[in-house]
Design a protein around this ligand. Structure first.
Ligand SMILES: NC(=O)c1ccc[n+]([C@@H]2O[C@H](COP(=O)([O-])OP(=O)(O)OC[C@H]3O[C@@H](n4cnc5c(N)ncnc54)[C@H](O)[C@@H]3O)[C@@H](O)[C@H]2O)c1
Length: 422
């Protein structure tokens, strides 16, 4: 295809492999494919510019195709410097005529230059996974805020940042928090991250999980998924939490719950999933066993205190691809996976397409909803409307061939009344 767009990707010669893998993912994304088909005829995004900052993976490529099919002019940059799949970036530019600014392993300056390039697109809509584009727009590109109809946010950490902006009265345009949809966080965060995090740890280390003490920090949607999958692999799973309700839930689910101070002494593998900072801190690292493996699947690489780990180390070296070995003064070795970045995206391929199908169906329909309701949305963080959430669940079940019952008229009346059946 003739390329009409500006871009910065690793190597366009990788495009053919990217196309093959994008098509493979597409087979697992029937809900998004159905939306794409409708978008092709209805063109709901015609004339709108979208700047998307998402993990550049095969699933994201299918979302970009869907937005483009709806008439949008799309630019994509990476929401993490390590998660970009270079063949996918090349395929989007070469085959699907989407501008992409993303190279796996790009340094911090390039990462932010690529976000600026996406903002240069002068978007009407933004699409974030971690609020980086919105962050740039609210800091030194404020003159563009007025042109933006709305933004969408994919992940828990981004939503927290945006709610803080809203609470300060500083949010420049309406946000639809895709993460809040049930068809997103109940499935993507739990089943998608649960499986792909274990996959990332295994691919990076090839360690046997059976019989190991596997410490999961945080028992939220992501933590629950990681914990149940690690247990399924035969690990002895320990949970750390700060929220008494979640900690209690972990206990009732049959997990051992400990403070990190205690867990640090016995853990073989640690995985943080909190969205918080320094959950594994210097004092924890100081107590760890020789050979402890540290990974993170929360959004930012601050959950493990990496500067402290570095300062404790007498020596460091790369033990394997994606695994850095830190030898402490007393000879104990601690292993950090994927620089403490999202392990499922850095060392594996992110979520399986089947769950991203629902998350990205939410993204596509949220963009359509934002355009349709442009005049009435305020500068607030909105959830995904319930009818979109339920429609995606209905479509997903339909594509899986799973039938469900519908309420009879009599049942609907019964459930809506306060005195029937008494
Ligand atoms: N790797 C991925 O692909 C992926 C996918 C979805 C979400 N995420 C990220 O994962 C993180 C967690 O998301 P979630 O949806 O599970 O959020 P959540 O809010 O449901 O859960 C986070 C949990 O961590 C707990 N927590 C906070 N600080 C803690 C601490 N110091 N020690 C122990 N527990 C602590 C909280 O009490 C909460 O229960 C976020 O950063 C989110 O953006 C990553």
């Amino acid at each position: 295809m003739a390329r009409t767009k500006r871009y910065d990707v690793k190597d366009l010669a990788l495009a053919a492999e990217g196309v093959r893998r994008i098509e493979w993912a597409d087979r697992q994304m029937p809900v998004l494919a159905a939306i794409r088909q409708r978008f092709e005829t209805e063109q709901p995004l015609n004339g709108y510019r979208i700047s998307a900052c998402l993990h550049v993976t095969t699933e994201t490529a299918n979302l970009m195709r869907t937005l483009k099919a709806g008439g949008a002019d799309v630019v994509l940059c990476a929401s993490n410097p390590l998660s970009t799949q270079d063949d996918v970036a090349a395929a989007l530019v070469d085959e699907f005529d989407v501008s992409v600014f993303a190279i796996k392993g790009e340094d911090n300056d390039t990462y932010y230059a690529h976000i600026e390039a996406a903002v240069d697109h002068k978007p009407h809509l933004t699409m974030d996974d971690g609020a980086d584009v919105i962050g740039v727009l609210h800091s030194h590109r404020r003159e563009q805020l007025g042109d933006i109809i709305a933004g969408t946010e994919e992940t828990t950490t981004g939503v927290i940042r945006l709610k803080a902006l809203e609470a300060d009265g500083a949010l420049g345009f309406p946000i639809i928090a895709v993460n809040e949809a049930n068809t997103k966080h109940l499935f993507d965060n739990r089943y998608g991250t649960g499986q792909s995090t274990i996959d990332g740890i295994i691919r990076a280390t090839n360690v046997l999980l059976a019989g190991k003490r596997f410490v999961v920090a945080g028992y939220g949607w992501v933590g629950r998924g990681v914990a149940s999958r690690a247990r399924g692999m035969g690990s002895l799973v320990v949970i750390t939490e700060v929220d008494p309700l979640r900690a209690l839930e972990a206990v009732m689910d049959g997990f051992e719950v400990l403070s990190m101070a205690k867990a640090a002494e016995i853990g073989d593998i640690f995985c943080t999933a909190t969205g918080d900072k320094h959950v594994i801190a210097r004092e924890h690292i100081e107590k760890m066993k020789d050979g402890a493996i540290l990974a993170n699947t929360g959004h930012f690489n601050v959950e493990i205190d990496i500067p402290a780990l570095k300062s404790l180390a007498a020596e460091t070296r790369l033990a394997r691809e994606f695994v850095e070995e830190f030898t402490l003064a007393d000879g104990r070795r601690i292993y950090l996976v994927a620089d403490g970045r999202l392990v499922n995206l850095a060392a594996a391929e992110g979520h399986p397409a089947l769950v991203m199908d629902m998350s990205f169906a939410n993204q596509a329909l949220a963009a359509e909803y934002a355009v349709q309701n442009a005049g009435s949305l305020e500068r607030k963080v909105y959830g995904v409307p319930d009818e979109i959430d339920r429609e995606i669940a209905r479509l997903k079940l339909e594509t899986m061939g799973v039938p469900i019952d519908t309420l009879t008229e009599d049942q609907a009346k019964y459930l809506a009344s306060w005195d029937e059946g008494t």
